[in-house]
Design a protein around this ligand. Structure first.
Ligand SMILES: C[S@@+](CC[C@H](N)C(=O)[O-])C[C@H]1O[C@@H](n2cnc3c(N)ncnc32)[C@H](O)[C@@H]1O
Length: 267
């Protein structure tokens, strides 16, 4: 019998935080630093919203520069990770943020608007909570960028019974593609009410070079981590070994092509 998968991205992220911290966090921490550094305004002493905060990559990057950060994410499980060391956080959807207008100097959404079906509405909410003259920053992967480890690890997991969740298939085929070119992002930011919009395409060396690092990156992503957690430790170890040897001893390093976007709320 065919079962339609009904899990949502939020279910998956709620369950993914521990594996995310062991794998993808290294990549996303680096990408958050790059996005925060691209802010045209100064961040020390500013009120910054880390939107779609996950396990806090932007919170750490902006906090290190002296910003006062608040985090928001749809998935409580991601916000709860390492929470003793995190700034104040709220469970919230980008489509309806529980803040009054204009309270933040900057809103930073690192790899979140490529996850939502209606990025313009989410960005309009980000604009609403940004003060006039403040900045909204957003990043995404360039739609054509990929790395061989993605399919290799997904295929290895499929041999253990993994089936791609529906939300991830939609994200791959549509959502991330719609927010995956510089032109589309610029149009979306302007449609959300931002001015002085700029989008930079950049290749970032994420310092992930070995097969075990690449496997941990993939197995910690939200489409896979909840499935992996259902396997026994021995089976997880076998799948990890299979995926590692399928990647081989000399993989190409992880250097994603990312789009770094920013725009200003009109004064
Ligand atoms: C790829 S992760 C990025 C997390 C974090 N910004 C980082 O760079 O490490 C995407 C995050 O967006 C969150 N997210 C997805 N859809 C969302 C929505 N509609 N509203 C708020 N957060 C959402 C997920 O729960 C997840 O934590």
């Amino acid at each position: 019998m065919h079962h339609r998968d009904v899990s949502t991205s939020r279910d998956s992220y709620n369950a993914a935080a521990p594996a995310w911290q062991r794998g993808p966090a290294k990549l996303y921490d680096r990408l958050a630093e790059v996005l925060v550094d691209s802010c045209p305004g100064t961040l020390p002493g500013c009120r910054v919203l880390d939107l779609g905060a996950g396990t806090g990559a932007v919170s750490r990057a902006a906090g290190a520069l002296g910003a006062n950060v608040v985090a928001a994410d749809a998935a409580w499980g991601m916000l709860a990770a390492d929470r003793e060391r995190r700034p104040p956080a709220v469970v919230a959807d980008v489509a309806g943020l529980p803040f009054t207008g204009g309270v933040f100097d900057a809103v930073v959404g690192s790899f979140v608007f490529n996850h939502v079906a209606h990025p313009r509405e989410g960005l309009a909410e980000a604009v609403r909570v940004t003060r006039p003259g403040g900045w909204v920053l957003a990043s995404s992967f360039e739609a054509d960028w990929t790395h061989p480890a993605k399919d290799i690890v997904d295929d290895a997991a499929a041999r253990y019974g993994y089936a791609e969740p529906g939300w991830y298939a939609d994200l791959k085929a549509e959502t991330s593609v719609a927010f995956g070119t510089a032109g589309a992002i610029a149009v979306t930011l302007r449609a959300a009410g931002l001015v002085d919009v700029e989008v930079e395409e950049r290749t970032v060396d994420a310092s992930l070079r070995t097969a075990p690092e690449l496997v941990a990156w993939r197995l910690g992503m939200a489409h896979l981590a909840p499935f992996i957690a259902t396997l026994s430790p021995a089976t997880q170890a076998r799948l990890t070994r299979d995926a590692t040897s399928a990647i081989g001893p000399d993989p190409s390093p992880l250097c994603p092509v990312v789009l770094l976007a920013c725009g200003r709320r009109p004064r």
